[in-house]
Design a protein around this ligand. Structure first.
Ligand code: NAI
Ligand code: MG
Length: 355
């Protein structure tokens, strides 16, 4: 089992180190780690935020454990040299088209949610967002118009693109509460018409999953009104970008939310993927031991589950995190004072008691 570790910038290396301590404690047989440069640190060392050797290292692995990229010292660089290009480049180089973002209310943290505690408590959902298509990747430009300069973008989805993300969504639903809500704007958009028809066709392969459809504006409202109704939300790149941020905010702290980006490539043990906390490099707290490592540790749990086929280990790590939170070991983002290291050690200690 090979994992490419790309810690990146700012708090990326701090939270990744904590995740690696947890991985080490699991003592998986036959595990090999490679470490590579990505982001601002890669630009400093190699003149590019995503060096070819980093791409090659990621390709040769069964999974990538990613920290975060972003460095204020790189703010004035041209776009192609900015650290953030590294994560976009990796997603497309590695064909990672399915972004999985789970958001669940942790016991004891309901008061941190901007929602009423009883609503926050009921959240246990997964956003499955398409990552390689949609308006972000369509033709775009600027032209003259009667009203002055006009910017334009184009939105497109073909059946093959929708089909593969729909399969990812249905498979995710099968492993959860077997409910899938496909979010589109089929009353207005042609892309959404193809999206909806294709999702309905794919649903035939998953008779055990209950499918419903929701317009994106209604989905935004339902997410704050009654988030407990959702199990898996399947949606495109643009809608998914917005709804996944909204869903994560409903839970509380950014320092708790992991993500997986998966492609079609199978490994010996599961599906190849890249795993990262949803937060960035947090330059405001970098180097101070204040970063909450739980998002990175929960990303590791997703890696174990999806890419290494180690469901039991993934569950152990998640239960250890739940215990640490319930025990009140909270970092600054949760209004506590526990350091990155203290939190990591609490997870290691909890792991000892969880089988
Ligand atoms: P951010 O997520 O880095 O930070 C937002 C706020 O949340 C900050 O106040 C930060 O201190 C806090 N925070 C984030 N993670 C935390 C953690 N684990 N524990 C405690 N507090 C935490 O987003 P921001 O400030 O917008 O961006 C900073 C840099 O990160 C930028 O260069 C941005 O482009 C980059 N970025 C990179 C991402 C990635 O690597 N995938 C994703 C988002 C942003
Ligand atoms: Mg976003």
């Amino acid at each position: 089992m090979k994992i490419a570790v790309l810690p990146g910038d700012g708090i990326g290396p701090e939270v990744t180190r904590a995740a690696l301590r947890v991985l080490d404690a699991l003592a998986l047989p036959g595990l090999v780690l490679f470490e590579g440069d990505v982001g601002g640190i890669a630009y400093k060392r190699h003149g590019h935020p995503l060096p070819q050797e980093t791409i090659d290292m990621a390709r040769a692995a069964d999974a990538v454990l990613f920290g975060a990229v972003g460095d204020p010292a790189c703010d004035d660089l041209p776009r192609e040299h900015r650290p953030e290009q590294a994560i976009l480049g990796l997603r497309s180089e590695l064909g990672l088209f399915a972004n999985l973002r789970p958001a669940a209310g942790w016991p004891g943290l309901e008061d941190l949610s901007p929602l009423k505690p009883q609503l926050a408590r009921g959240i246990d959902l997964l956003v499955v967002r398409e990552l390689n298509g949609d308006v972000y990747f369509g033709a775009k430009g600027e032209r003259d118009s009667d009203g002055g300069r006009e910017g334009w973008d184009s939105m497109a989805y073909n059946e093959a693109e929708v089909r593969r993300i729909a399969h990812a969504g249905f498979r995710a639903a099968q492993s959860r509460r077997k409910r899938l809500t496909s979010v589109d704007k089929a009353n207005v958009l042609e892309t959404s018409r193809i999206w909806r028809e294709t999702v309905i066709a794919v649903a035939a392969d998953y008779p055990d999953v209950e499918l419903d459809h929701m317009y994106v504006d209604n989905a935004a409202m339902q997410l704050v009104k009654s988030p407990g109704q959702f199990d898996v939300i399947l949606t495109g790149n643009l809608f998914g970008d917005i709804l996944s941020d909204q869903a994560s905010a409903c839970v509380g702290s950014i320092g708790l939310l992991p993500s997986a980006s998966l492609g079609e490539r199978k490994t010996e043990y599961g599906t190849f993927g890249l795993y990262e906390p949803i937060h960035g490099s947090a330059p405001d707290i970098a180097g101070q031991g204040k970063a909450n490592p739980l998002a990175a540790i929960l990303s590791l749990a997703m890696l174990l589950r999806h890419s290494l086929g180690r469901e039991a280990d993934a569950g152990r790590v998640e239960r250890a995190v739940a215990q640490v939170l319930a025990d009140g070991v909270h970092g600054a983002d949760l209004g506590g004072s526990a350091s990155t290291e203290t939190i990591a050690e609490a997870v290691l200690k909890a792991l000892e008691t969880i089988s």
